[in-house]
Write a protein that binds this ligand. Structure first.
Ligand SMILES: [Zn+2]
Length: 424
């Protein structure tokens, strides 16, 4: 079934590719329905890793394309901010929303921090379009906030929330403030995904104004997974991001002459490397990871609480086999097993060293499982912060031909303005 969907998707896309390739730039200024997807932390290797994963799950050495990465126009995007070669999400969000560089930590102000700069969401509103801003993290987080807020620090939550309420946008949806949506790997039936949010946004925006809308939708937890160096969670979030874009693609198929879909990222996170020092990858092995490393920590705490002394190394081994494939579908070397056992013992007896990254703290055992999953998959994260690497941009639809070559993140909103034909 899964395979059939992918084949169908490829056929549909090849048809679209041909017709789009013939489209001339006469189409500029006709984009009535604009989708702007931002994969937070999604560098080129995050895309490539996911496509290798899909290919290997199908038994190939090569890649199977994500839906959005098959769109006919592609660009490489530079992401530096006005204060650093490595941007944060506030400065890159501002660049992607307004076309202006600013300093790290700043939202919706120019690099002097004195002039407010308007976002394309605001411009869309002035043009009479319905406007939506959505994310899988909180809507006061840096990327969504860049589309409505103007403040010197992304940490000014009270100011940001006030400006969010005053934005007048028609549809704003994400995780509850101070909360987060579950990762794809940990999601229970009935819990919201980005695809659900995009579906709700389209229904709402099209109802508000059938003559035009602008929707920015962020896949915010690709970044969280990469900050936490959780490779399995990262693949899950990438697949979720693609699923959300498939919802927009379906809308595009119904309105091909009036719709533009642009996908990009604010920066790369984690310095993802697609090798572990040898000429091989086994990213498909991450399919055996059934929960995030964050959830592993929570589950182990719960098991220790409920089973007390009865929860020892043998029980932990069984848990790893079931939920990560380790020692089951995935062979553990003697060295790996002994490292896991040592980390487990340290964690249980309270001598373990935990590791704090931006969005979570993992105990020694969780860090060890995370590292061994990377060894199994033959991939690695060099760091737990953002990097200066290129991010990709993909586009399909009216004006998509504007998105090609080597561009800067500030060029993207300017190209969207051109595709939409706004005068601002
Ligand atoms: Zn980040």
């Amino acid at each position: 079934m899964k395979k059939t969907i992918f084949i169908l998707c490829s056929i549909l896309l090849s048809v679209s590719c041909q017709s789009i390739a013939k489209a001339s730039s006469d189409n500029e200024g006709q984009a009535k329905y604009i989708f702007y997807f931002i994969g937070d932390g999604m560098g080129v290797n995050q895309v490539n890793a996911t496509e290798i994963y899909l290919g290997q799950v199908e038994g190939k050495y090569g890649t199977s394309p994500l839906c959005f990465a098959s769109f006919p126009y592609t660009a490489l995007v530079t992401t530096h901010s006005a204060s650093s070669g490595v941007t944060d999400s506030a400065a890159s969000g501002t660049a992607l929303a307004t076309g202006q560089k600013t300093k790290n930590d700043v939202l919706g102000l120019d690099a002097t921090l004195t002039q407010p700069v308007n976002s394309i969401a605001w411009m869309a509103k002035q043009e009479g379009m319905a406007v939506g801003v959505t994310t899988t993290v909180t809507t006061d987080h840096a990327t969504p906030a860049a589309f409505y807020a103007h403040t010197k620090s992304r940490g000014d939550k009270d100011i940001i929330r006030k400006q969010r309420a005053e934005s007048g946008y028609d549809f704003i949806l994400g995780a509850p403030d101070d909360g987060s949506l579950p990762y794809r790997l940990d999601r229970k039936p009935g819990e919201l995904s980005q695809a659900d949010i995009v579906r709700m946004a389209i229904d709402s925006l099209y109802h508000v104004n059938p003559n035009g809308f602008f929707l920015m939708s962020e896949g915010g937890m690709i970044d969280y997974a990469c900050h936490s160096n959780d490779a399995g969670a990262m693949i899950g979030e990438m697949l979720d991001f693609d699923d959300a874009i498939k919802v927009a693609y379906k809308f595009y198929e119904q309105h091909p002459d009036e719709t533009l879909i642009v996908i990009t990222a604010d920066h790369e996170t984690g310095s993802l490397v697609l090798t572990h020092g040898r000429y091989e990858t086994h990213i498909d092995r991450l399919q055996h990871q059934k929960m995030t490393i964050k959830q592993l920590g929570k589950s182990l705490d719960a098991l220790r609480k409920s089973q007390g002394e009865n929860f020892g190394w043998e029980q932990a081994k069984e848990f790893l086999k079931e939920n990560f494939g380790l020692g089951g579908a995935l062979h553990l070397s003697k060295d790996q097993e002994s490292r896991l056992q040592t980390a487990f013992t340290h964690t249980i007896n309270g001598t373990g060293k935990s590791q704090k990254t931006l969005y979570q703290e993992d105990n020694e055992f969780c860090v060890c499982v995370r590292t061994i999953m990377q060894e199994q998959a033959h991939i690695a994260f060099a760091y737990t912060c953002h990097s200066a690497g290129y991010v990709p941009c993909f586009a399909i639809g009216v004006g998509a031909e504007l998105f090609h070559g080597r561009i800067d993140n500030t060029d993207i909103p300017k190209k969207i303005i051109k595709a939409a034909g706004w005068k601002n």
